[in-house]
Design a protein around this ligand. Structure first.
Ligand SMILES: Nc1ncnc2c1ncn2[C@@H]1O[C@H](COP(=O)(O)OP(=O)(O)OP(=O)(O)O)[C@@H](O)[C@H]1O
Length: 270
């Protein structure tokens, strides 16, 4: 059966002064797909996601999300999407329940719907027992689950995740993967994520776009990408290096960027 297109990106470009952050990229994402955007720091992944989520204006090109034009109908687009940014999006001084309540109000859920929806989401993300604890007592994995919960309170058609498991330990990362897979399979959400973890891309994404210097260097399933390298034994690291010109080892323990992010998270949570 032919699947519908959930996201259409055509000839998209964005410039910041001298920097051409995104340069004439085009791709489609199918309904129910988990689509990965990979690329070294500065490749243009976050800029692309920000344009898709209406947070950044588009210089050139077209984006359609769930049939709505980002430029012409940004409100319809916002109603159709959920977004978990890289930056922390919860308040550590509030409980998990209170954080969800704020978002349910922001989404305009009616009073009657709210309690039921929050209960559903807490069960979906496995945080029922921790719901009445202050978020600053949560582990990194629990915080990430809560952020995903906030982003899906209105059951969006398309969920954007900007580096969903950065700074998490291997067990917490697998917990987040299971939730993402559940949202896709049981709730038919289309998921678009950026990651620096090659294993994450390989196990979650049905197709991957490798970005480099604002352009798409390669796009396809892992198998298709491997074939394009000409090396049938190529690992995901090899595939990335082939198309991005370097190995992506930006999530090593102690790497400045992550230390900075983790500390920023801790500071924000108080
Ligand atoms: N608001 C901005 N003002 C100026 N330059 C920017 C801005 N946002 C991004 N850039 C530049 O655009 C380019 C693409 O950045 P972007 O954040 O999209 O990359 P990325 O692939 O998401 O990188 P990372 O993996 O580090 O998150 C970089 O050169 C970056 O410095």
């Amino acid at each position: 059966m032919q699947k519908n297109i959930a996201v259409r990106v055509e000839h998209l470009s964005k410039r910041f002064g001298e920097v051409q952050a995104v340069h004439d990229i085009s791709f489609d994402v199918l309904e129910g797909e988990c689509f990965g955007l990979l690329g070294p720091n500065g490749a243009g992944k976050s800029t692309t996601i920000k344009m898709m989520t209406t947070l950044l204006s588009i210089d050139e090109g077209v984006i359609e999300i769930a049939g709505h034009s980002v430029q012409k109908h940004p409100t319809h687009v916002r109603e159709s999407i959920g977004y978990v940014p890289q930056m922390l999006s919860v308040d550590g001084t509030l409980t998990g329940y209170e954080n969800l309540l704020i978002f349910s109000k922001l989404y305009g859920l009616r009073r009657k719907e709210r309690e039921e929806r929050i209960a559903q989401i807490l069960s979906l993300i496995g945080l029922e027992e921790a719901a009445d604890r202050q978020v600053k007592t949560y582990s990194g994995g629990m915080i990430r689950k809560l952020e995903i919960g906030q982003a899906i309170l209105h059951y969006p058609k398309v969920l954007f995740l900007d580096e969903p498991t950065v700074g998490l330990d291997p067990v917490a990362r697998r917990g987040i993967w299971e939730h993402i897979e559940k949202l896709r399979q049981e709730h038919h959400m289309t998921v678009i994520l950026t990651t620096h973890y090659m294993d994450e891309a390989e196990s979650l994404c049905s197709r991957i776009a490798i970005m480099n210097k604002g352009q798409i260097a390669a796009l396809g399933t892992v198998e298709e990408l491997r074939e394009k390298t000409g090396n049938p034994e190529a690992s995901m690291d090899d595939i990335f290096a082939h198309f991005a010109g370097q190995i992506d080892n930006q999530n090593q323990e102690g790497e400045f960027r992550n230390v900075f992010r983790n500390r920023r998270t801790a500071k924000r949570l108080g």
